[in-house]
Design a protein around this ligand. Structure first.
Ligand code: SAM
Ligand code: CA
Length: 247
């Protein structure tokens, strides 16, 4: 029998029977996480980059502070050294990565837009971690194709973060699953895509959200069916799916 609290949630169109397992029931709870656990421990350079990015017209693209903290922790937990990032923007997730790596760690970072990367670069330099970054301006796919051609790059990456053009995620995955080592991690960002993954077909969605939605749905299905990886979809930021290569 449902408890009073469950009944109340069902009536409000809430989480129904899984409600007691869902973490973020309100904006206040999210704010609590930021203020209690994220902002007090955020590196000065991360704060500076976050505040600088907030003034940029495309700031919705930036990684949230809680996700930055999560990535930084994850990279340390897996002892990542050789990493890749697809989709840099002003570099918030890039800086979270660079700060987590050892001094001789590497990040192959790709973005079609150098200008935004250069906005954040002075902060990254000031933090003393720019030497870990090999930035390539241009589309990521041809770079991955080049890497794949050389056998020695296979299984050479400890960690890869993908946060770029959602219509290419499956193309990236085909290549990345070979480039990441067995036991290594690929993180795909925005896999809950503004919550639109559960929106009814006629829901009023912003144009770009509607356009990419089907690609995200397709990716989520493909990742769940891929026997080469274990997965875990986290409701952090806009949803991030962590994949661990197992074969
Ligand atoms: N991770 C970044 C951060 O923490 O701020 C946010 C990345 S933003 C959501 C997506 C980025 O992907 C944009 O900067 C865009 O220029 C880049 N992008 C789009 N298409 C791309 C492609 N084909 N190859 C590489 N980067 C691409
Ligand atoms: Ca993102």
């Amino acid at each position: 029998m449902a408890s009073n609290a469950e009944d109340q949630q069902n009536q409000q169109g809430g989480h129904k029977e899984v409600g007691h397992k869902s973490l973020l029931q309100s904006d206040a709870l999210y704010q609590y996480i930021l203020e209690t656990s994220v902002y007090p421990r955020e590196a000065e350079s991360m704060k500076e980059l976050r505040e600088l990015t907030a003034k940029h017209p495309w700031n919705v693209m930036t990684t949230s502070a809680d996700e930055g903290q999560f990535l930084n922790m994850l990279l340390k937990l897996v002892n990542a050294k050789n990493t890749m990032e697809i989709g840099v923007y002003t570099g918030y997730s890039l800086l979270a990565t660079a700060l987590a790596l050892p001094d001789d760690g590497k990040i192959l970072a790709m973005d079609i837009n150098r200008e935004n990367y250069e906005l954040g670069l002075p902060v990254i330099q000031k933090a003393g971690v720019a030497h870990k970054i090999d930035f390539r301006e241009g589309p990521a796919l041809p770079v991955l194709d080049l890497l794949i051609q050389d056998e020695k790059n296979h299984g050479s990456f400890d960690f890869i973060f993908v946060d770029a053009d959602k219509d290419n995620y499956l193309n990236y995955h085909k290549r990345l699953v070979e480039l990441v080592k067995v036991g290594g991690v690929i993180g795909y960002d925005n896999t809950l895509w503004n919550g639109s993954v559960v929106a009814p077909p006629d829901a009023p969605l912003r144009k770009y959200v509607r356009y990419y939605r089907d690609f995200v749905l397709e990716l989520n299905k493909a990742l769940a069916a891929d026997p080469r990886i274990e997965i875990c979809m986290l409701p952090v930021g806009d949803g991030v799916t962590i994949c661990r290569r197992i074969k």
